[in-house]
Design a protein around this ligand. Structure first.
Ligand code: HAM
Length: 438
């Protein structure tokens, strides 16, 4: 049997691939990243790219040693002679903050807005929507603790998914307070759960020690039944005065901009660096267990990584999950753009000339050519199949005269155009797409 891709990975494929669905369409993937680029760059974000592997220590300190990601889902990178101290990044934020600190980006005007997209790796139990290599669009802002930045970040996330046409999305907003608030809350949780230790799942018993808040996120039905039975209070009830004021300010901005959200006191998030604002983006048709995206404030992260105190906030969404949601909603993609012109030679002798004319046009427009000679009828059919605006033919007469026989596919009009004038002619006609050839 031919070799197959690793479990929990996807190939994103070009148009025309057999049984192509939106979630594996490379053009859909690119549509998501292009849309994010447009919305986020209009919002003042600059693109950044960081390595796919980082020191394990960075991820451990950033994401947190007690998280499932670090304890169970890390892909360790080994290479000859290496100490095994690298991991494939499970998320983008820790590496991005490292890059900010290491490269002196603090000197850039604050707040600094950055965005990126790329593959992330988590050794998960593979299920629908849960991959081992997935892709995120990630937006981060460093250098401001202003609640206005939180509200703008949420607004931008919503803008991106709306620009993709998604309507069934919902922002679930919460706050996980300041570290002192979390300590108080964790103490409350320990006190609440300890008398019922024997009813907790093994994982949650473990969490009670390391990070009790994670029990609330447990996937075990028994744990969830116990949480309901004990009427466990949410983190929101434990916010200190400052965290509460911050949360109210974020809500005030969102309300005044009419950004729809629901307050979800159960938001805990799966990464340790969060403080204060935390939210998830959900989709009505996909179910509560798999968020399309999530984000939050992480004012302590830079310090945790050895840098100076630097407030930060950001979000990421999973591109595959966004594509799954688009598919659920029956959304399509903008029509694929064909070449401006398809150039065919009528005989083998003139194929290199057709190629040369096409290559010369490519600094201005997309131009395809036929690798084999074609009869006019076949050439026009091929131009049509490729979605070309024009098809050009070159035979002996055209070669001798230094022209092409050009056909405007939509109107059927034809005329002869000198090769030297072809680029200017096409550009003019393309900019006025209504007009045909004359
Ligand atoms: P996260 O909630 O772990 O946050 O991941 C964000 C999104 O990535 C999820 O909502 C989901 O759409 C997608 N995702 C995560 N794991 C998988 C998986 N195994 N398969 C498919 N998709 C997945 C973060 O990663 C934070 N770095 C977000 C952030 C940025 N917070 C602040 N700045």
């Amino acid at each position: 049997m031919a070799l197959q891709r690793p479990k929990g990975t996807k190939d994103h494929l070009p148009d025309g691939s057999p049984q192509l669905k939106l979630d594996v369409s490379a053009r859909a993937f690119q549509h998501v990243t292009d849309t994010a680029a447009r919305v986020l760059e209009r919002g003042g974000a600059a693109f950044i790219a960081t390595p796919l592997f980082e020191e394990a220590e960075l991820v451990k300190r950033g994401v947190g040693g007690s998280t499932d990601i670090v304890r169970k889902e890390m892909f360790t990178v080994f290479y000859f002679g290496d100490h095994g101290g690298y991991v494939l990044r499970p998320e983008g934020t820790a590496g991005l903050v490292r890059a900010y600190l290491e490269n002196g980006l603090k000197q850039l005007p604050a707040p600094l807005k950055l965005w990126t997209h790329g593959p992330m790796f988590r050794a998960e139990n593979v299920q629908k929507g849960r991959l081992r290599q997935f892709h995120q669009v990630d937006y981060e802002v460093l250098g401001s603790a202003d609640p206005l930045i939180d509200a703008e970040a949420i607004w931008l996330m919503v803008q991106v998914v709306q620009a993709l046409g998604l309507t069934g999305v919902q922002v679930k907003l919460g706050s996980i307070g300041d570290p002192e608030d979390r300590d108080t809350y964790n103490a409350y949780l320990r006190q609440t759960f300890t008398p019922h230790l024997e009813r907790l799942s093994d994982d949650s018993r473990d969490r009670l020690e390391r990070n009790p808040m994670r029990i609330l996120d447990s996937k075990s039905a028994g744990d969830q039944a116990l949480i309901a039975e004990l009427s466990v209070k949410p983190m929101l009830d434990f916010l200190g005065a400052e965290a509460r004021a911050h949360f109210e300010a974020v809500r005030g901005h969102l309300d005044s901009w009419k950004v729809a959200y629901v307050v979800d006191p159960s938001i805990v998030r799966g990464l340790d660096y969060y403080r204060r604002t935390a939210w998830e983006l959900h989709h009505a048709q996909i179910g509560a267990k798999s968020a399309l995206g999530g984000g939050g404030r992480y004012d302590g992260l830079a310090k945790e990584l050895g840098g100076p105190e630097t407030p930060g906030i950001g979000w990421a969404f999973g591109i595959e999950r966004i594509l799954g949601a688009m598919e659920q909603e029956g959304l399509g993609l903008p029509a694929a753009e064909g070449p401006a012109v398809y150039i065919a030679a009528l005989d083998a002798e003139h194929v290199p000339l057709a190629a040369w004319v096409a290559l010369g046009l490519r600094s201005e427009m997309r131009a395809d050519f036929g690798y084999k000679p074609q009869k006019p009828g076949n050439a026009f059919r091929e131009g049509e199949r490729r979605g070309a605006t024009f098809t050009a033919l070159i035979g002996s007469d055209e070669a001798a005269a230094g022209t092409v026989a050009l056909k405007h596919m939509a109107s059927g009009e034809q005329r002869s155009v000198p090769v030297g004038e072809l680029s200017g002619f096409l550009l003019e006609r393309l900019s006025d797409s209504q007009s045909g050839i004359s």
